[in-house]
Write a protein that binds this ligand. Structure first.
Ligand SMILES: O=C[C@H](O)[C@H](O)[C@H](O)COP(=O)(O)O
Length: 245
């Protein structure tokens, strides 16, 4: 992973991180996020590689006596939590979550707005985040940006019927849409929907873009998480940076 860092007149420098270094940064951020978990909490368990590390760290605390219940945001996270002995619950029992811990594909430094869903999970993550008292996001430093968009596409979950018509609207909004595939067939989310990855230049107004895309008939949810994160743990080689409101 090549990381460009630019600081005003100081110019830019490039850091090359190996995948094991990157994993170390994810682990440090995830572990720091799990430190905020307290006895008795109902937790939102996010999805993706960093969120999975958080579940592993959480499982170590559960094995030592921590009492929590988790609502998983994907079938994969649910399977991992079950395998590691993290107790699970559901919205049938709890409509409110104390704390959710999740990863992200991009974090806008100034606002903590996020892009999520590159791993194929966003709808359940957003439902969980929206009913959480606090959402802690754990990322490695490559995810931190000044403005969302640009080098990472915005995932949009759409119903499979008529997805082609959604394309037309997305183009009109300024996105370059691409249907996500799994081999030769459309990728299916846990909810059985399609994902359209929208390449878009830097996003000056994420809230407006989210509203415009959400207004398209056939769109279920966008990967823009606006004002949902309360704290971001950023894994850096020098340590974990904590960004909060
Ligand atoms: O769809 C996946 C989720 O939104 C993930 O939380 C996001 O893609 C970040 O995943 P990772 O920690 O693997 O980079």
């Amino acid at each position: 992973m090549v990381l460009w860092q630019c600081a005003g007149r100081g110019g830019c420098h490039v850091t090359i991180l190996s995948s094991s270094e990157l994993d170390g940064l994810k682990h440090a951020a995830a572990a720091r996020a799990v430190e905020e978990v307290e006895n008795g909490m109902v937790l939102g368990l996010g999805s993706g590689s960093t969120a999975e590390i958080a579940v592993q760290v959480l499982a170590e605390r559960v094995a030592k006596g921590l009492r929590v219940q988790g609502i998983p945001t994907s079938a994969k996270t649910a399977a991992l939590a079950r395998r590691l002995g993290v107790p699970l619950t559901s919205f049938a029992e709890h409509h409110h979550i104390d704390l959710s811990i999740d990863g992200a594909d991009q974090v806008e430094r100034g606002t903590m707005n996020l892009i999520k869903g590159l791993g194929g999970d966003l709808l359940r993550e957003k439902i969980v985040a929206s009913v959480s008292d606090r959402m802690i996001v754990a990322v490695d430093e490559t995810k931190l940006v000044d403005h969302l968009g640009g080098n990472r596409p915005l995932p949009v979950e759409v119903v499979s019927f008529g997805w082609q018509t959604v394309f037309d609207h997305l183009v009109a909004i300024g996105c370059v849409p691409r249907l996500r595939l799994a081999g030769d067939t459309p990728f299916l989310t846990d909810g059985g929907n399609y994902i359209v990855d929208c390449t878009i230049a830097e996003i000056p107004d994420p809230e407006m873009l989210d509203a415009n895309i959400s207004a398209i008939v056939g769109v279920i949810e966008t990967g823009l998480f606006i004002a949902l994160a309360s704290k971001v743990m950023v894994g850096r080689p020098a340590g974990v940076e904590v960004i909060e409101r």
